[in-house]
Write a protein that binds this ligand. Sequence first.
Ligand code: NAP
Length: 373
Amino acid sequence: MSLVSATSKPLVPSRAHYGFRPALCHNARIMTATTASLVPSVNRQFVLAARPAGMPKESDFRLVEAPIPALASGQILLRSMYLSVDPYMRGRMTGVRTYADPVNIGQVMVGGTVGKVVQSLNPQFQLGDVVSGYWGWQEFFVSDGKGLQKLDTRIAPPSTALGVLGMPGMTAYFGFLDICQPKPGETVVVSGAAGAVGSLVGQIAKIKGCRAVGVAGTDEKVAWLVKDLGFDAAFNYKTTENYVEKLKELCPNGIDCYFDNVGGGVTDAVLPLLNVRARISICGQISQYNAAKPEAGVRPYVFLLTKQARAEGFIITQFMDRFAEGIPQMAQWIKEGKLKYRETVIEGFEKMPRALIGVLSGDNTGKMIVAIR
Ligand code: NAP
């Protein structure tokens, strides 16, 4: 990781390095006396420095400083508290447009964020309000308030807006329920089962009366799925030689639903075990994200044909207008003790590159988040 700022000034990743200036009180009704505390004048951001070949490296990112402009009327200043770390960020680094624009070299890395209002010239936002949004890998952000969601921190910890009550939670909820349409008694296999999305999918499968079988990358993750989350069975794909035999053993009645987070060899092994009218929800293909060319694998159509099965990809944004339905249901399940969630929280803004490499390497259990104190 390069610690060189946009102005080529060496950056020490410490809050002590910040310059501070007094808050400007443009509007006395909004900016009360208590707001005239010190606010920072310098923002730290991670920009994309290079397009990675294979697994990203810390040197693919550059930590830079940028001035924080004085607020105009209607604007707020947000201080980031939690930054989301997601596998899709690897795709944004490639320079290829998929379902979203890539990040350009020199551009601030994109991502979901939770932050606190530290200055406000917008009557709709008060000092101390906690909001979620999409302002990316930076410590501060000036916003006009558009696209921000105010969070009620009495209901759930703010970090959950990046996980179980945010995009990954909704991915599990709609990607599984809408696409797989599980029925009680059916067998559901989840790959990437100990991650943010997968760990929720298996538990929703249990809530719906299904047999949940998970695939994950360590014995600790496998134990967590079965002992803590209530999966019926799980296996470690890194230490299992024959995935087909293992899946046959764990799914004696075949597979009715497959929630695919990873693709590759695990998915190849699921295909011959599908039951008639099986449903596959294609959520992610993380085993291929660092590959220069997709790995050759089993051709799926013959299995879909003979089992009259359906495989459907989705991008979570297609369900955005239904989040108001999914988030309260997930919150209710948490309250009732039917749904558990876990977060792997890394402290320190400067750890963002390492955290992204970590999520692509399996360092996380549940949702990967970077916290800024
Ligand atoms: P996550 O599962 O919390 O983290 C990624 C996990 O992938 C790692 O912890 C690692 O766990 C596993 N992994 C890494 N390399 C792998 C490989 N070669 N083979 C198998 N597993 C590997 O991430 P998430 O945010 O919940 O996302 C899960 C998947 O859903 C990703 O593919 C992501 O791109 C996708 N997604 C799609 C949408 C959509 O709109 N379609 C939305 C959100 C997420 P192990 O220790 O088990 O290897």
